[in-house]
Design a protein around this ligand. Sequence first.
Ligand code: TXA
Ligand code: MG
Length: 313
Amino acid sequence: METVLTGDPLTAAEFIRSGQLCAFPTETVYGLGADVFDAAAVAKIFEAKQRPADNPLIAHIGYLEQIASLSKSISADAQKLIDAFFPGPLTVVVLKSELVPPVATAGLETIGIRMPRNDLAKVFLSACGSPVAAPSANLSGRPSPTTWQAVYEDLSGRIGCILQGNDTKIGLESTVVDCTGEFPMVLRHGAVSLQQVQAVVPGARFSAFDESASPKSPGMKHRHYSPTARVVLISGTSEHVGPSESAYIGITEPGFEPVLKLIAADAEDYAHWLFEFFRECDRRGIEKIYCEEVSEEGIGAALMDRLRRAAQG
Ligand code: TXA
Ligand code: MG
């Protein structure tokens, strides 16, 4: 299959309308979309990404009225989060409607809904006719794509279209909040911090993922965010002499000379560059990447979560 590249959101939306896959930019990472109500189209996402079938997808909307078709009931807490953070880098998990086929939610009775805050995404999603089921547009197990070129690298020849937008602003995936239980549960850290969620729904808490228990957010048990290179976390104070074939990313200068180095201005800038830096290291065949740890405030919690996962991979 030839993958069409276009900068035109209406051309891209035609692929979704005709049951094909189309990758598109958001403010977090690029997504790989299909019509959420078209079971055959959604199944193609799992095939193209080689994604495990037990990992549910997030439904993306272009305007708030689309929520009614996805969910049969929105709790008061879910509504508060929608009012506070849509459009933005936050996914709300609610009870799904009958219209959503089981393949989209990996058989769960719940569905994650997100409205991206990105002008191109908004025009594209509003033109698709239905909400768009989309995971990150990478091959399963690879770092999420933050540029259209990274999508092309992983999925060229496997999907119908890539909507070419700018590099994504945030660079890490959305905060996921499950609103179907007794308390709102933050299942995945993102740019919206736990403190910001709690300011809107005070009962919210973080559900530490327990490998032994059945995961609340099934995606969390799968290998994620990992470059081929080995990732080693170091703190700013540790005296480290890296081997010559190593790379470094962090906010402070390392105490050694790596072959590739990225010094970010702050935690936001670090998050913005992380996945692209991982990919660049793989392109260059670098074997080891030293990553500086950051304090877990603001986006720091999401950044440390991704860094720890990459170091485990
Ligand atoms: O920022 C993002 O969220 C990006 C962009 C494209 O929107 N999407 C993304 O999708 O990161 P994905 O599929 O790579 O990650 C979705 C996460 C997974 O950990 C998945 O298990 C969880 O959200 N999730 C999706 N639906 C869920 C549900 N109904 N209940 C619990 N967790 C859910
Ligand atoms: Mg993903």
